[in-house]
Structures are given as C-alpha cells and as structure tokens.
Ligand binder design. Structure first.
Ligand SMILES: [Zn+2]
Length: 217
C-alpha cells in the first residue's frame, strides 16, 4: 500500500507534471524501499494548455554540459530521445528519423516535438554527478515532458531546416564553382577586416562571380 497524505509542499504532479500548490493535492509514497514522496492532484489532473488533446507524452532530459538548451513550455523544436526509455519511433513525429542504435537495440530518434512542461534544476558540483559539469562547478539539468508536434506546429521548424539545407547546398556549390574557376589555393588565408593589403582590392577589375554570367566569347 502506498501512503497518501495532503501535500505540505508545492510540487509537480507526478502524473501530468503540472504545479500542485501546497496543501491542495496529495503527497504519495510508494511502498518500495527508498521510494520518494511524489505529488499528485487531489482530483483529476486539469488539462495542460500545451497538450489540449491529451496526446501521449514522454520525457526527455539532459545537462547543459551535453549541450542541452533550456526547454520552453509550449515551444516546438527538434529533439532526440531513446526508444528504450519510452519515447516513440520516428513515424510518430513530424520529421522523425532514426539517428543510431546501441547494443540493446535501443534506438535514438530525432524529431519535432512540442514541450508540454519544462523544468530546469540547478546543481552544484558537490555530491552530484549528472554528467559533464561546468568549470565553475555548477550547471543546469533540464527536463521536459513532450508530445509529437502537430503538423501545424512542426511546419516552421521543418521550413527553417529546409532553408538551412538550401543555404548549405548553395555554399557547397559556390565552393565547388570557385575551385573549378580558380583551383585550390593551398596557402589561402583571410586577412583581418580593414587590413592595408585589402586596399588594393578596390583597384581590381570587377569579375563576374558565376561562370554563366561571363559573356560568350
Ligand atoms: Zn495531476
């Protein structure tokens, strides 16, 4: 039997990760050894504004030492998670794809999600070992409960990715055209902005950048 008492302290509902103010909900302690006290709403959980249709959710987390950015409730963006920890496969999310797979066939999925709840916890280095810390001896650990983004929510994310891809494709093409026109320059370097040697550039004749802009001879 679990123990259930009125919650003395505010906390996050363990069922739906929403704030439960002190004395308005229930503190629950499961019967297992070392089970933590957790908080629940006293009655049914209220609807989460960022998950109005109550679609399935899963948790993602990570420390800032791993390059995690803070999560933002209601925001949609591309995130990654492991299927072995309850996250869905790539078909369940817009832009979903498999990144890799570990020995236990736990697969890492990359897709566009909407954050239903978001939390940041601040750790000092003493006694905590949540991965890579920061040189100053503290760091943030972020967690979020997420759901698959709707098509509408995912559209701007996927469009931005497509634009980025178009830009990097253009950059690749520009470099290959330059190589084709002038060849590889082994000792090429960028002078500092405003360096005196750049003055002479203004005196150079204007050269069309693209081969197909050059006049037919
Ligand atoms: Zn609740």
């Amino acid at each position: 039997m679990s123990r259930r008492i009125v919650n003395r302290y505010a906390g996050l509902c363990r069922l739906y990760h929403q704030d439960v103010p002190a004395s308005t909900g229930i503190a629950v302690k499961d019967d297992e050894p070392h089970a933590p006290w957790q908080v629940e709403h006293a009655e049914d959980c209220p609807p989460n504004p960022h998950n109005p249709d109550d679609t399935p959710t899963w948790d993602i987390d990570g420390g800032e030492g791993y390059g995690r950015e803070p999560f933002i409730s209601g925001a949609s963006r591309r995130e990654q998670w492991w299927t072995g920890r309850g996250g869905p496969g790539p078909d369940a999310v817009p832009g979903g794809l498999f990144l890799d797979e570990d020995r236990d066939e736990d697969r890492r999925v990359f897709g566009v999600v909407t954050m239903v709840t978001a939390h940041a916890r601040y750790y000092s280095e003493e006694g905590m070992s949540f991965g890579v810390g920061d040189e100053e001896g503290y760091y943030y650990y972020y967690s979020a409960r997420v759901r698959a983004a709707t098509e509408q929510e995912a559209a701007p994310v996927l469009e931005a990715e497509a634009r980025h891809k178009a830009r990097s494709d253009l950059e690749t093409r520009r470099k290959s055209l330059l190589r084709w026109m002038v060849g590889d320059v082994a000792d090429a370097r960028h002078p500092e902005r405003g360096a005196p040697e750049l003055e002479s550039l203004h005196a150079l004749p204007q050269v069309p950048l693209r081969p197909y802009d050059q006049p037919v001879l």
